[in-house]
Design a protein around this ligand. Structure first.
Ligand SMILES: C[S@@+](CC[C@H](N)C(=O)[O-])C[C@H]1O[C@@H](n2cnc3c(N)ncnc32)[C@H](O)[C@@H]1O
Length: 304
């Protein structure tokens, strides 16, 4: 072959074929280059968009990122359907609507919602599906009041015109076993005016809401709040085993028959006291029956 290529006649004879091969090789290379350029442009555009989307959904100024994966949402839908006994389609609708509300309200809020996206959306989606027996809602431990505001909207969507009472010492920061939590990612103080501003995002029911400033164990708080039976009680205050057990003991007295009790952070390793206190309480003589869990919340029903 090398000797053939050195032969001038042979080279001349082979030139047309060689040119054809060259053209065939060059055409794909140039079209590959232009495809690569257009992919590069698309990636740059997507990165710019992703950055802007990140500003809406990332962790800055809140509990964590609000970017659940498809798998996380699918798992949550399954859990909400199981705990509520609702159709999967209804569970998916509520999880989706809850997510939209979380994004919308947190964007406008003074402060933040506490907890992971799955945990917050699980509670918001499941409570209306569990058909509470009346419209009275009590949240023990409200922080910025934003969870309650969002829950009011979810209940209203389900045809319930809710009445809300929240209890929290509102001492400027989040209070937990071991003292005050460190600097909040929002930089917003935990105060009554802030809670009021957030409750207004829950509509007319939020504006009418009762805010009882104090601890759930304070006699004057209990006297003021125990004036009615509640269809929904959210327990999310003192996360120690003792604090949770005491809130459950109080809830036994003020829950309407058929009421839903949500135990936030049940099974969350960071707050081991919640499960410890709840399991100890439920092992005794209780009106509450465990319905199940969604994310890191447990749902109970007052069976009598
Ligand atoms: C985890 S945060 C509540 C988050 C809120 N429920 C939400 O979902 O956005 C707990 C709140 O309970 C308050 N707290 C602590 N001990 C309490 C008690 N004994 N009674 C009422 N609230 C309490 C804390 O100061 C804090 O504001």
């Amino acid at each position: 072959m090398p000797s053939l290529l050195k032969n001038r006649v042979a080279r001349r004879l082979l030139r047309p074929a060689a040119n054809l091969v060259d053209r065939r090789v060059q055409r794909p290379v140039s079209s590959l280059r232009s495809e690569l350029d257009s992919v590069r442009r698309e990636v740059a555009e997507l990165r710019a968009q992703e950055h802007a989307i990140g500003l809406l959904f990332d962790h800055a100024g809140r509990s964590g990122p609000r970017l659940p994966t498809r798998e996380q949402i699918d798992r949550l839908v399954t859990e909400v359907a199981e705990v509520s006994g609702a159709e999967r389609a209804a569970a998916r609708r509520n999880v989706t609507v809850a997510f939209r509300n979380v994004i919308a309200l947190e964007a406008l809020a003074v402060g933040r919602l506490a907890g992971s996206t799955q945990n917050v959306c699980g509670k918001l989606a499941a409570v209306p599906l569990l058909a509470p027996p009346n419209a009275q809602v009590l949240e023990i431990g409200t922080l910025y009041g934003l969870f309650s505001a969002t829950l009011l909207r979810m209940l209203h969507r389900a045809g319930i015109e809710p009445e809300l009472t929240v209890v929290d010492p509102l001492v400027g920061s989040q209070l937990q076993p071991g003292g005050l939590e460190g600097l909040d990612p929002t930089g917003t103080p935990v105060r009554v005016d802030v809670v009021r501003a957030n409750l207004a995002l829950g509509g007319a029911a939020g504006e009418r809401a009762r805010i009882e400033v104090g601890f759930s164990g304070d006699p004057q708080v209990r006297a003021a709040v125990s004036d009615r039976e509640y269809g929904v009680i959210i327990i999310d205050g003192d996360h120690s085993a003792r604090g949770v057990a005491e809130d459950l003991e109080w809830a036994e007295k003020i829950a309407a028959p058929g009421a839903i009790v949500v135990l936030d952070d049940y099974g969350d390793n960071k707050w081991a006291g919640v499960q410890e206190g709840a399991d100890a309480h439920l092992a005794g003589d209780s009106r509450f029956e465990m319905l199940g869990r969604a994310a890191t919340s447990a749902f109970l029903r007052a069976v009598r």
